[in-house]
Design a protein around this ligand. Structure first.
Ligand code: PLP
Length: 320
């Protein structure tokens, strides 16, 4: 089994007080995680960087949206572990040197940035492989991390997270866990952890882009690859995957009023959510409570705080 480059410490689980609803919400504060308050991506990168080191690579290549939390976390890990970092960022138009949020941090950390179009992004694995080939010709030894760090290696980080929560879930009789699904690795890791630990808890993934069919297939594939590669004594079935749709809005990274209202409402309780992932997920979870009878749940706060600065205009309209 791969030994992670551990930078995260066990994150706290805190009860969210002041919402005046029937369900008690506990927040797993993965937003406080690891290097540069990295959120969920830190857990995945602990394993991916360990794999890159084991393969004697010296350069990391990855991809994501222009405000990708994953790319920013990768830039931070690459810097810490002394890798050269190349980010392929998806944009419709090249940004006019307005650096904010995660992109500003990417630049500050000295990541090498190339912009790619949405069409190129559709064939991102191929584009990254070609990019790696060019770097190899220059003498570098590249390691490609897929979008969101979501493969069977990155998912190991969320088995760790489930292990951290195991005692709490049993002691407090937690009935459900909610998390955002943006590239599937967090959900896949939590599901593997749930099966490995034989935990009786619903795992509800709220999709924030694409479709349920797309993610169900992707999560199944990540879990199967992990079972085979690491000889896990479990078998994840399609029916184990529970995804919730209806909160994407107009698409990835496009916020909507009910979500922005939730962000400002929850901020008053001391928890900062952001419009791309955790805002949609938290709003979706509150709506889901109207259809179910959970008494106690855990919301995985997957981080992403820096992107609020890129959405300051949208958020400001809902300040009251
Ligand atoms: C802040 C934040 N939350 C949630 C997610 C979704 O996690 P995953 O990509 O593992 O599905 C991401 C990334 O996609 C993220 O950056």
């Amino acid at each position: 089994m791969l030994k992670p480059e551990k930078l995260t410490i066990q994150t706290p689980i805190e009860q969210l007080k002041g919402l005046k609803i029937r369900t008690k919400i506990f927040v797993k504060r993965d937003d406080l995680n690891g290097l540069l308050i990295s959120g969920n991506k830190a857990r995945k990168l602990e394993y991916l960087i360990a794999d890159a080191k084991a393969k004697k690579c010296d350069t990391i290549i990855t991809c994501g949206a222009i405000q990708s939390n994953h790319c920013r976390t990768t830039a931070a890990f690459a810097k810490y572990f002394n890798f050269e970092c190349h980010l392929l960022l998806r944009v419709r138009q090249r940004p006019r040197s307005v650096y904010t949020g995660n992109l500003l941090i990417d630049k500050l950390l000295g990541a090498k940035i190339d912009y790619i179009t949405p069409t190129q992004y559709e064939r991102r694995m191929e584009v990254m492989a070609e990019y790696a080939e060019r770097l190899r010709k220059k003498g570098r030894v590249p390691y490609i991390i897929p979008e969101g760090g979501s493969n069977e290696i990155g998912a190991l980080g969320y088995i760790d997270c489930m292990k951290e929560m195991e005692n709490f879930i049993r002691r407090h009789k937690i009935e459900a866990i909610y998390c955002a699904v943006g590239s599937g690795g967090t959900y896949a890791g939590l599901l593997l952890g749930k099966k490995l630990l034989n935990l009786n808890v619903d795992l509800n993934g709220i999709i924030i882009c694409d479709t349920i069919e797309y993610f169900a297939e992707k999560i199944y594939e990540i879990c199967s690859n992990a079972e085979n590669r690491f000889d896990f004594p479990i078998h994840v079935r399609n029916s184990d995957i529970h995804l919730i749709d209806g909160y994407v809005g107009e698409g990835y990274g496009v916020p909507y009023p009910a979500e922005l209202n939730t962000i400002t409402r929850i901020a008053k309780l001391g928890i900062i959510l952001e419009p791309v992932y955790t805002g949609k997920t938290f709003y979706g979870m509150l709506e889901d409570f109207k259809k179910c009878t959970y008494k106690k749940v855990i919301f995985i706060h997957t981080g992403g705080i820096f992107s609020i600065f890129a959405f300051h205009k949208e958020i400001a309209k809902f300040l009251h």
